[in-house]
Design a protein around this ligand. Structure first.
Ligand SMILES: Nc1ncnc2c1ncn2[C@@H]1O[C@H](COP(=O)(O)OP(=O)(O)OP(=O)(O)O)[C@@H](O)[C@H]1O
Ligand SMILES: [Mg+2]
Length: 266
């Protein structure tokens, strides 16, 4: 969703609502410097999207930027002291410095740790674009930089006719791809790059993340990917003894990303 452009939503009423919100944000953004936002996707589930998104938020906060993470759809929640928690949401919230209600940063927090459309059906819910786009506009207004974490890989169904690739397209965000280094990751990564491009989205960077220790031929795999992916490698994160936003950020150079903010902290 470029905040200047009409939204691509199938239902006209939904489109009108979202267009109004987008137009309001576009007006608010008029004359402001370009801002950093991106959609973080991955070659699979459990390959480090949250870790890298958190590292990005950490680096933004270090630069004195008001940064907010968004996990529009999260599946798998635990009730703690009467509040539903999801690990990804908690990690993104801890790494950012703009704290909004969870209903905004995660409009679809689903209890069952399953494919989102299945987890939603179990609760009698349907995941749709409009609540996510409206929440994104609120985050856009409250923060200077937004990092949106996808769910699973790039083509995860959200409802019968809408998947995570559609979501990235409707948000019109540049995409960062996290490649979990493991056997088979080259094909997964290249297929994902093709899918990103096919949606008319721009892949602005990728990260090689060592989710497993001592992968055989890791260097050769990274070289094969670098030779085939037409976007900068933002860094290679080793298998960390204590994974965390700060530790991962130490291995990454986000300054290659478009609109990455200059250091504003004194
Ligand atoms: N480089 C690393 N070193 C050590 N542990 C890592 C590394 N990258 C990821 N992990 C661990 O692997 C697990 C999965 O990582 P993460 O939650 O970031 O994946 P994800 O792609 O966001 O998963 P999901 O699809 O569930 O959102 C976490 O426990 C994380 O701490
Ligand atoms: Mg995650």
């Amino acid at each position: 969703m470029s905040l200047d452009d009409p939204l691509i939503v199938s239902d006209a009423a939904e489109a009108n609502q979202s267009n109004a919100a987008a137009a309001a944000a576009a007006t608010a953004a008029a004359g402001m410097p370009p801002r950093f936002s991106c959609f973080v996707t991955g070659t699979d589930t459990e390959i480090g999207k949250t870790l890298i998104s958190s590292a990005m938020l950490h680096a933004l906060v270090e630069r004195g930027v008001r940064a907010c993470g968004m996990k529009p759809v999260a599946a798998g929640a635990e009730l703690v002291d009467g509040v539903w928690h999801n690990d990804d949401c908690d990690q993104l919230a801890a790494a950012g410095n703009v704290h909004l209600p969870q209903s905004i940063t995660t409009p679809f927090l689903l209890k069952e740790a399953a494919a989102p459309h299945i987890a939603a059906a179990l609760e009698g819910r349907t995941i749709t674009a409009v609540p996510i786009l409206a929440a994104y506009v609120e985050i856009y207004a409250a923060a200077d930089a937004t990092v949106v974490e996808g769910v699973g890989g790039f083509r995860v169904p959200l409802n019968d006719s809408f998947d995570t690739a559609d979501l990235a397209a409707q948000l019109e965000l540049p995409v960062v791809l996290v490649v979990g280094l493991r056997l088979g990751c080259i094909s997964h990564a290249l297929l994902t790059v093709e899918a990103i491009t096919a949606r008319g989205l721009k892949l602005v960077g990728w990260v090689a993340n060592e989710t497993v220790a001592d992968m055989a031929f890791a260097d050769e795999n990274v070289a094969a990917l670098a030779a085939r992916i037409d976007a900068p490698l933002l860094g290679r994160v080793p298998r960390l003894a204590t994974p965390g936003a700060q530790a991962a950020a130490a291995h990454l150079d986000f300054t290659q990303l478009p609109n990455w903010p200059a250091h504003t902290k004194l």
